[in-house]
Design a protein. Structure first.
Length: 272
């Protein structure tokens, strides 16, 4: 009986801690991996994925999915009502989060410098304006699947968020829109109103995430252990370059407030 109670306590703990991890992956600038580190469950997350430990993965997945649903609704609503405010907020998040990876670059030499510049150039080249990723854009299921696979790496990598990667791939608002379109009829208990096209998008995205996590968890563990400084240098460049995607059209009082709050959130998380 005590073992059952212990597992139940662990299940509830992992579920609750995974909710903010899921929410963070809907926001560019906040890394799910960084949130896992803050919540002291990063090792269990990576090892659970590597070993396909269902006792660990089931509560984490359930909590993360719940967090993604909540985050998607909030972000979608804010984009519609306060686009300038939320864009500046995301800009602050991304700028401040570059410190998380930069401080882990222990050796400053031509290798780290080259990888930093390479990451910066890649991000600047492939970043897209966040407002261009409208929810009505039609994308191939293959593109969504590959986007999920690529984004999954960032979702467990400290310092760079899955949302940032999805912005760079032009899939950010498309995925949020699909989540919201499916979630609304579910919450209203009108299951027949769930759009099949959006379910297909989310299914392809989920398959990409699952495959990407299984494939990259081993590589991630290896790179973090043996090439952390080089990896963090390239990630710092990627993060800073992705700021191009979330530059507001103008900077008024709301934008300054949003930008400042974004920086403050990362500062508080980093201090934790």
């Amino acid at each position: 009986m005590s073992q059952d109670n212990n597992y139940l306590e662990e299940f509830v703990e992992l579920f609750l801690k995974s909710i903010p991890i899921g929410m963070s992956n809907t926001l560019p600038g906040i890394s799910g991996g960084t949130m896992a580190l803050v919540l002291k469950m990063y090792d269990r997350l990576v090892n659970g994925i590597k070993k396909i430990n269902l006792k660990i993965l089931i509560p984490i997945v359930l909590g993360a999915v719940f967090g993604v649903g909540v985050g998607a609704k909030v972000v979608t609503t804010l984009f519609e009502s306060q686009p300038g405010l939320i864009t500046a907020f995301l800009l602050g998040l991304i700028l401040a989060s570059s410190k998380v990876t930069f401080v882990q670059v222990k050796d400053f030499n031509w290798k780290t410098g080259t990888l930093f510049i390479l990451g910066l150039v890649i991000a600047l080249t492939y970043s897209v304006d966040i407002s261009s990723g409208a929810g009505t854009v039609v994308v191939s299921p293959i593109v969504v699947l590959l986007g999920g696979a690529i984004g999954s790496t960032a979702m467990i990598l400290p310092g760079i968020s899955g949302g940032t990667v999805l912005i760079m791939l032009g899939l950010y608002e498309r995925i949020l829109s699909a989540i919201s379109a499916v979630l609304d009829p579910v919450l209203a208990l009108e299951l027949s109103a769930i759009p099949l096209s959006e379910v297909k998008v989310l299914f392809a995205f989920a398959v990409g995430i699952g495959g990407g996590l299984l494939l990259f968890s081993w590589l991630l563990s290896y790179l973090l252990n043996d090439f952390r400084s080089l990896l963090m240098a390239s990630l710092t460049g990627l993060i800073l370059g992705s700021m191009r995607s979330v530059i507001p059209n103008q900077f008024g009082v709301k934008e300054v407030i949003g930008f400042s709050v974004g920086i403050l959130i990362i500062y508080v998380l980093d201090k934790q």
